[in-house]
Write a protein that binds this ligand. Structure first.
Ligand code: AMP
Length: 398
């Protein structure tokens, strides 16, 4: 079956067409600036040239129409007609406590997703717009929603509750949900597969380090803790997000800088993280790594503070699981920045970890980067959220 995977943001839309038998990506692309001047679609068929077209996209329906047109285009398309697309898998950011699994999309499901909008006011409405636009253009094609939060729904109460009056959990469902669940699930399973171990027997820590970053503890195939919370702002220091801070800083900053809560939140989401720590040098780890090697103090501070926080969370999750067998690095930074993996593992001597620096220098493959006598296995597993969504889609409607 050919599965179209859609990841819809408020003004962007990423897509991949995946052949579920071979698990090959037949074509992929991105629509940008939807509803804004200068909208553009980028399309790349497997093995072909990437093409960029600037064209008006007043709304998501038009963006999806252009995606379908590109996929069926007589010269560069990869399918002859839309009938060849057997199903669509949609990434949905927040499923609250309502979705612990992926679901086949129905009117009732959409209504329930809408009830979660409060929890992700920027993301969920955009996801819903994408789903509705797709349903309009492909009314007879089955669709599946795959939630970023679902994998973490197995967390026990002591891991997901905040130390707040319990009534706020009861009234508003304020609790920790966690995100990047599709990636944490895919990577932890894949690690077991690569090692030839039973997934249900392992204690795994997955470090998903990208522009957004989160860590999870997966014990016997179930997530028992993760670093993001009610929103993706909690936990690790990220590209531009602050991660864990003393909540009293909000009030302090608002007073000192004369800012509203919304303005302070914008600083915490967009101006903080390694961008803020590096005194605005960059949120991109390629620049930080470059700067570090040139002796730049801003780059060095950001990199070291980021890595320390990752190591601290690993320690917490070793405690949460009473041990660890495998630590996996994934996503843009986790897969590519060997220096980050080295700095993090320097804190982990107590786990008997020794890195194989030759393996740590390789890229783009599932690989063990610890030495054979390392007491804990360290791996790099490139994440593939689109493939995981396609697999879930086929599992439900294939
Ligand atoms: P993601 O959110 O998973 O797409 O990760 C994006 C981030 O990965 C970028 O902002 C960079 O900081 C980082 N990244 C990508 N490529 C490299 C690389 N070759 N070396 C270091 N960091 C990288």
């Amino acid at each position: 079956m050919k599965v179209l995977v859609i990841n819809c943001g408020s003004s962007s839309l990423k897509f991949q067409l995946i052949d579920s038998q071979s698990e090959r990506c037949l074509a992929k692309g991105l629509c940008e600036r939807i509803g804004i001047d200068g909208s553009m679609i980028t399309y790349a068929p497997e093995g072909g040239e990437k093409e960029k077209t600037v064209t008006p996209m007043p709304d998501h329906t038009e963006a999806i129409r252009l995606v379908l047109e590109a996929l069926t285009n007589a010269s560069t398309g990869v399918v002859k007609s839309l009938d060849e697309i057997g199903a669509v898998g949609h990434r949905v950011v927040h499923g609250g406590e309502k979705f612990a699994q992926s679901v086949v999309i129905t009117d009732e499901v959409l209504q329930t997703v809408e009830e979660c909008n409060d929890l992700a006011p920027l993301h969920n409405p955009a996801n819903l717009i994408g789903i509705n636009a797709c349903r309009k253009l492909m009314p007879n094609t089955p669709m599946v929603g795959v939630f970023d939060t679902a994998f973490h729904q197995t967390m026990p109460e002591e891991a997901y509750l905040y130390g707040l009056p319990f009534v706020y959990y009861e009234k508003y469902k304020i609790r920790r949900y966690g995100f990047h669940g599709t990636s944490h699930s895919y990577v932890s399973r894949r690690a077991a597969e690569v090692l030839g171990r039973n997934y249900e027997d392992l204690k795994t820590i997955v470090c998903h380090l990208g522009n957004g970053a989160s860590i999870s503890a997966v014990k016997n195939g179930r997530c028992v803790d993760t670093s993001m919370g009610l929103t993706p702002l909690e936990g690790l220091i990220m590209g531009t997000r602050c991660g864990d801070i003393d909540p009293a800083i909000l009030e302090f900053l608002a007073h000192k800088e004369g800012k509203t809560i919304d303005e302070v939140m914008s600083v915490l989401n967009k101006k903080s993280g390694v961008l803020g720590l590096s005194d605005n040098l960059s949120s991109d780890f390629r620049d930080l790594e470059d700067g570090y090697h040139k002796g730049d103090a801003n780059a060095s501070r950001a990199l070291k503070t980021f890595c320390y926080r990752v190591a601290k969370y690993i320690g917490a999750y070793v405690a949460a699981m009473n041990g660890v067998d495998v630590i996996c690095f994934t996503a843009g930074v986790g897969e590519n920045a060997g220096i980050v993996r080295t700095f993090v593992c320097e804190y982990l001597g107590y786990l008997g970890i020794a890195l194989d620096q030759e393996a740590n220098g390789r890229r783009g493959q599932d690989i063990v980067i610890s030495t054979p006598d390392s007491q804990t296995t360290v791996m790099v597993i490139p994440t593939n959220e689109e493939l995981a969504i396609a697999r879930e889609t086929v599992r439900l409607v294939g």
